[in-house]
Design a protein around this ligand. Structure first.
Ligand code: GTR
Length: 387
């Protein structure tokens, strides 16, 4: 989707660093009743669940955990795809609850001849299905399957529309059919919650596919998909790595900076993405009991990688980096310091050897081969040469 240029007048978006309002971020390491958290145990037992609930109630909506059954059907399989380098599987994952079901269609390539279960990247695909063409007649840098296979990674994707159509009138026609109560609750999940929920069902599938190393699965999303990837990674600790590409407002960027897209703007444009309760913070970010640095902190101690693009000011590159910087407090608790500097790194200078990775790619809002190459470097570092 093209970068948004901005409004004028009363709804003008700010792109001027000098006009970022003064703000105070909610403290990650202090409980609602004022207790300071200074060890991993109290983080995991008290504050982490508290922050998850705050995000559920105020931003993304609840994440229902119960379903009656799951069924996996391999609908197409090519053992010698990509000139023999990969094994293609197309899998329909069906989740049932009461008499309702939802189908998530997975496209998966696994590298052949690596002699062990493969680490995997899973993309939450918010673009056209042609980007994940199983026949490889169409190749797209949005999901560079050949690159992943060359590097020894499996690569998978599902369409967001399977989980929740990206449309304010029809978003209910997927996962939400299983959970109709969500539609009536102020803290009910909507499309972004449903996309993250579906990523969890793919993880369920991976856990029983012997070709996949389920302990080494990375979740990836771009933009709206990047918001869902962060929420999936925060909720489902089976994801070993999280990649959030150009996710911007209500993704990696700090809401309180009000730089580029704002909470009001996103709720007005996409009323089907977040819980209804989130609208209470339109024009009133200071009242939010969370900010997005806390979402990144929920992923700790698992490595997380955030990207920006230099021309994508709508998604607030600086605010995305600052989220990581502030989220570092929890990584420090786990003794996984990242050594992030107070100022963002220069354009095209990826931070790889860190639990909190980042790059600001030169160019526009997009998910490109440059981004993926650095995702694979980050995964190589954490999966193979963990210190
Ligand atoms: C924009 C939206 C962003 C981002 C983007 C995308 O219109 O304002 O929050 O999600 O779409 O998904 O490409």
């Amino acid at each position: 989707m093209a970068a948004f240029i901005g409004f004028t007048g009363a709804h003008a978006q700010n792109y001027d660093e000098a006009k970022v309002p003064a703000y105070t971020l909610p403290e990650i390491l202090k409980t609602a009743d004022g207790k300071v958290i200074d060890d991993v145990r109290s983080w995991e037992q008290k504050r982490r669940p508290e922050i998850l609930t705050l995000f559920e109630n105020n931003v993304y909506g609840q994440m229902p955990k119960a379903y009656d059954s799951l069924r996996y059907i391999v609908t197409n399989e090519v053992k010698n795809a990509m000139g023999g380098k990969a094994h293609l599987k197309e899998v329909t994952i069906t989740a049932w609850k009461a008499d309702k079901s939802v189908d998530i269609h997975l496209v998966l390539f696994v590298p052949n001849n690596i002699g062990k279960p493969a680490p995997a990247f899973l993309l939450i695909n918010n673009r056209d299905k042609s980007n994940t063409d199983p026949t490889r007649a169409v190749k797209s840098d949005f999901w560079p399957a050949e690159l992943a296979i060359e590097n020894g990674y499996a690569i998978a994707a599902f369409q967001v529309d399977d989980a929740a159509p990206d449309n304010k009138d029809t978003y209910q026609e997927g996962v939400l059919q299983l959970y109709p109560g969500q539609l009536k609750a102020g803290n009910g999940m909507k499309a972004i919650g449903a996309w993250a929920w579906a990523a969890g069902r793919v993880m369920d599938y991976f856990q029983q596919d012997k070709d996949i190393d389920a302990g080494k699965v990375a979740i990836v999303g771009h933009s709206r998909g990047g918001k869902a990837a962060l929420w999936a990674g925060a909720q489902d600790q089976r994801f070993a790595l999280v990649f959030s590409n150009n996710s911007g407002n209500s993704g990696a960027a700090l809401s309180r900076r009000r730089f580029g897209e704002t909470v009001k703007k996103i709720n007005d444009s996409f009323p089907h993405w977040f819980a209804d309760n989130y609208r209470e913070y339109n024009g009133n970010e200071a009242a939010l009991p969370v900010d997005q640095h806390m979402l990144l902190a929920l992923i700790a101690p698992r490595p997380v990688y955030v990207t920006s693009a230099s021309e994508d000011l709508w998604a607030d590159p600086k605010g995305s980096y600052l989220s990581l910087l502030h989220g570092q407090e929890v990584y420090d608790l786990y003794k996984k310091p990242s050594g992030l500097t107070p100022e963002p790194p220069a354009i095209n200078s990826p931070i790889i050897k860190s639990y909190l990775g980042y790059h600001n790619r030169e160019g526009k809002h997009n998910l490109t081969a440059y981004d993926w190459k650095n995702f694979m470097r980050f995964a190589d570092y954490h999966f193979e040469s963990k210190p």
